[in-house]
Write a protein that binds this ligand. Structure first.
Ligand code: ZN
Length: 507
């Protein structure tokens, strides 16, 4: 375990160094603080300032859903940890409840949010702890209508197989003392109002007030509050930090286990008395340097001589990607996968399989945000983390980029510094969710040189693929990667590509 983490930490430090060079400055809010190498090596790899991806959990999947509509961007994701079904249910329900709360007026499935004043909605996650018998996850909710993001933490206690609400991590007998300690920590701050804190932490409201409770790697207890909850709105977000020893006196049995595992990240994850992870010392993830997977020899297809089309699959890898790879292999079809870094980090093997089968893999960001709304630093981190996850999985850094929702501006182009691959055929499969309709959309509109947009996170899309392959192959189409569609032409960094019309009428 120690070896595994050390190598991963060293790798992260290298990525941080690259990121800092790209930034041309050293003031980035980076995941690994500027500690000496020997200190760095002891820290678990953090994929964001708040969380990490426990890719040593066998069978970890990310449950992701998104639109690809620039007029209606939304994206949700949460992890599904094998052996922690109650946690998965709690996360799913929380995401569903949140969507329901912003979808006033109701709507069906993946249709656009109503009212139309809530674009840019996103639910993301971070792992806080995944060791011993404890899993901690934070969900972060953002929408363009709210000035601040909301967060909520979920703690799964593998010993009792229950999800423990944040306030239940504090022992009932110590809650009075804990409230006094939290109020005292808040009292001396700029803009503090003791009456606001007292009301928020009153006996009847405190369980609803404390939504985000976590531990740092020293065992310190952190409580986060949105603006206006425990202090006046203008005082902003509040985070109270209680030292480990003090916190230890407040915690319930579940809370003490959570604190213990937050400190001892080297503990192997065991849920319900059974190991929930692979042997950490021999992780299933290839760790740097990886040998690039042996590839299928490139199909000898000249798109100036035969009819070509590029099928592209975004937002994966997901639970149906392996099945899709089988379908593509049966037809000797190649495709391009624009993957999300957080999914690659959770399940690197399937991305490695994509490359091994001769498919192309491109960068689609880490967590599917609207990149045009982020700072340059945040865009850079979205892309760099994803490059790193792909590189760790496949041994190669992707040369193609597709922005979530197809939304791109000059700043994003500059940060991406590679060709921006968009599409000219949108199946709207994320909205349609019907295999027949998706297949019909493609086969009735397909033209040589097209780039077709689909998403392999939807079972209905994967079910549509065999018919697409059968019917288009019967019409003489060859299925090629985006790079092969442009057959040797150098694609320019920062430029958008929607199709290759020059091969539309092969001689
Ligand atoms: Zn997407």
């Amino acid at each position: 375990m120690r070896t595994h983490r050390n190598r991963r930490a060293a790798r992260a430090a290298a990525v941080v160094a690259v990121t800092a060079v790209l930034a041309g400055c050293s003031q980035l809010p980076l995941a690994i603080p500027g500690t000496a190498p020997s200190e760095r090596a002891r820290q678990p790899v953090r994929v964001s300032p708040d969380g990490f991806m426990p890719d040593w959990i066998e069978g970890l999947t990310i449950v992701h859903d998104a639109s690809e509509d620039p007029d209606c961007p939304w994206s949700t994701a949460y992890p599904s940890v094998p052996g922690a079904a109650p946690l998965t249910r709690a996360l799913r329900n929380a995401v569903r409840d949140y969507l329901a709360s912003v979808r006033e007026g109701g709507n069906d499935g993946g249709a656009c949010l109503e009212p139309a004043g809530t674009p840019g909605l996103q639910v993301t996650f971070d792992f806080l702890v995944a060791s011993g018998d404890v899993v901690g996850v934070r969900l972060t909710y953002r929408d363009a209508a709210s000035a601040d993001e909301a967060t909520r933490t979920f703690w799964y206690d593998g010993r009792t197989r229950t999800v423990v609400r944040p306030w239940a991590l504090i022992a009932p007998s110590a809650r009075g003392e804990a409230v006094a300690g939290i109020r005292e920590a808040l009292a001396g701050r700029p803009g503090a109002d003791p009456d606001v804190a007292r009301a928020a932490l009153a006996r009847d409201s405190r369980a609803g007030t404390v939504k985000d409770l976590s531990f740092d790697s020293s065992g310190g207890l952190h409580l986060r509050f949105r603006p206006g909850v425990v202090a006046p709105e203008h005082a902003g977000r509040q985070e109270v930090v209680i030292p480990r020893a003090t916190a230890a006196g407040w915690l319930s049995a579940a809370g003490r286990r959570a604190q213990e595992q937050a400190v001892h990240t080297e503990h192997r994850l065991r849920l319900g008395g059974r190991p929930a992870s692979g042997e950490p010392a021999t992780p299933t993830t290839p760790v740097t340097p990886v040998t690039p997977p042996s590839r299928e020899p490139a199909a000898d297809v000249d798109c100036h001589q035969v009819t070509c089309i590029a099928l592209t699959f975004d937002d994966g890898p997901g639970p149906y990607t392996a099945e899709l790879l089988d379908d593509l292999a049966r037809h000797s079809a190649h495709a391009t996968f624009f993957v999300l870094g957080q999914h690659v980090a959770a399940d690197p093997d399937v991305v490695r399989a994509e490359v091994a089968a001769g498919h192309e893999v491109g960068n689609h960001s880490w967590s599917h945000p609207q990149l045009t709304k982020l700072t340059s630093t945040a865009v850079r981190q979205q892309l760099a983390r994803t490059d790193d996850a792909i590189d760790r999985a496949t041994g190669d850094t992707p040369t193609l980029f597709r922005p979530p929702y197809g939304l791109v501006d000059d700043a994003v182009r500059r940060e991406a510094d590679r060709p921006v691959v968009l599409w000219n055929r949108d199946t709207e499969d994320w909205k349609v969710r019907n295999a027949d309709k998706v297949a019909t959309n493609v086969v009735e509109t397909a033209q040589p040189g097209d780039i077709v947009l689909m998403h392999d996170i939807h079972p209905t899309t994967v079910q549509a693929v065999p018919r697409i392959l059968d019917e288009l192959a019967a019409r003489g189409f060859h299925f090629v990667t985006v790079s092969d569609l442009f057959g040797g032409r150098t694609l320019e960094p920062g430029r958008s590509y929607f199709s290759n019309p020059s091969i539309a009428n092969p001689s």
